[in-house]
Write a protein of this length. Sequence first.
Length: 155
Amino acid sequence: MGSGRIVQISVSPGGVPKRPVEAAEVTATGVAGDAQRDLRYHGGPERAVCLFALETIRALRAEGHPIEPGHIGENLTLEGIDWAAVTPGVRLLLGEDVLLEVTRYTSPCANIRASFMGGDYARVSQTRHPGASRVYARVVRTGTVRRGDPVRLLP
């Protein structure tokens, strides 16, 4: 159904931008070393991991937005996956062990406005720009992920 790779793993003590790490444990509560500032809107088992496509970042940069991997809060930046197929209910296998299930599209907030021309953070809203959103996932099977690990969309 599709395969790609992990381009970047990103974590922060809370907030954005998140910074790259070479490898990380993925637990039921998220990526080790990562924290969220506001647990009303971020984190928890149904929003344990945030994913985004490098191809979307490149398209946004081509439009003039100063966005980079990790800048809008995603934990895993992926490349080579059919992002249109990454919808709620889809499962992704990362490396040999980590299994994620997409739970929902993220809702962009003002905290990421610095990554967009004119502060237009709604540019990554699924409602306003279908296919340009990050997604949240729950962790079905834990393990370690490394930069460069394969990612497979499961049927």
